[in-house]
Design a protein around this ligand. Structure first.
Ligand SMILES: Cc1cc2nc3c(=O)[nH]c(=O)nc-3n(C[C@H](O)[C@H](O)[C@H](O)COP(=O)(O)OP(=O)(O)OC[C@H]3O[C@@H](n4cnc5c(N)ncnc54)[C@H](O)[C@@H]3O)c2cc1C
Length: 247
């Protein structure tokens, strides 16, 4: 029943951390078990709510890193002066509990029936929902061609690096490192702009479907460049990782 499903998404569920993976020195994936969780679609996010012993609460949004059908996971980047992310990255460990609600979002999602070719564009932790989409593609046996253009500050900041080094068939991964490149680096070494997109993006004539995710400034610049390049706005889906704030 639709009403029950909506109620489920809006209900805070107690969630236990069942494991974690250190992705980079600032980024950690948390595996979660939320009793009553009704499943999710690739690209959706959830809300996390932390409650302090004095009752103070803080909520933030996090994209779901896992594919539908896999154990629920989020991947969080620590902001040094942040309220919630340092807890999730540095403190939360197996057996700890907090609350989540979701899944949230029906726009920034991909199903094999949506087709492609897919152009995935990520800035920093904006890679998280795109990883869910990539895993969903693999799990469902989709052969839709994919190009992923992933912008990171340095090689050490590349999240899921080992996974991307073994990209699935039909998936091309293109990195750009904006701040520092290791000796012999053969990838791009600049911010994503119209000129870089002209080299990497699928031609607009092939009716590609683009998913752009990252900091607001990254998403604005990249999506505008794609539209200027002839991508119809409705074929450019965006997710902005701005501050979610709120308590
Ligand atoms: C739909 C959605 C999905 C998201 N998914 C992820 C995800 O998968 N992984 C992830 O790590 N984060 C994600 N975020 C960002 C996340 O919600 C928090 O904003 C982030 O973790 C910071 O929270 P905080 O409490 O640590 O920092 P805060 O205490 O909220 O902020 C500390 C300082 O950092 C600034 N700030 C806050 N958020 C950001 C940001 N995103 N970028 C730059 N500066 C910021 C604030 O203005 C403030 O100056 C997502 C945001 C949205 C809207």
């Amino acid at each position: 029943m639709a009403g029950t499903a909506v109620l489920g998404r809006l209900t805070w569920l107690v969630t236990k951390v069942t494991g974690g993976v250190e992705e980079t020195s600032r980024v950690r994936t948390l595996l979660l078990e939320a009793s009553g969780w009704q499943g999710h679609r690739a690209g959706q996010h959830l809300d996390v709510r932390l409650t302090a012993p004095d009752g103070y609460q803080a909520e933030r949004s996090y994209s779901i890193a896992s594919a539908p059908g896999d154990p629920l996971a989020i991947t969080v980047e620590r902001l040094e002066d942040g309220e919630v992310s340092p807890y999730l990255v540095d403190v939360a460990r197996e057996g700890d509990e907090f609350e989540v609600r979701g899944p949230i979002g029906g726009y920034f999602v991909w199903e094999p029936g949506d087709g492609g070719p897919l152009l995935l564009l990520a800035g920093g932790s904006g890679i998280v929902p795109l990883r869910s989409i990539l895993r969903h593609r693999e799990r469902t046996g989709s052969t839709v061609p994919v190009r992923l253009l992933y912008s990171s500050r340095t090689l050490d900041d590349v999240i899921y690096r080992v996974e991307f080094d073994m990209a699935a068939s039909g998936v091309e991964v293109v990195h750009t490192l904006t701040r520092h490149q290791p000796p012999g680096w053969a990838g791009y070494a600049r911010r994503v702009d119209a000129a870089l997109l002209a080299e990497v993006a699928w031609p607009a004539a092939g009716t590609p479907l683009a998913y752009v995710c990252g900091p607001t400034s990254f998403v604005e610049a990249v999506s505008q460049a794609l539209v200027q390049d002839g991508y119809p706005p409705q074929r450019v889906k965006t997710e902005r990782f701005g501050a979610t704030g709120g308590t």
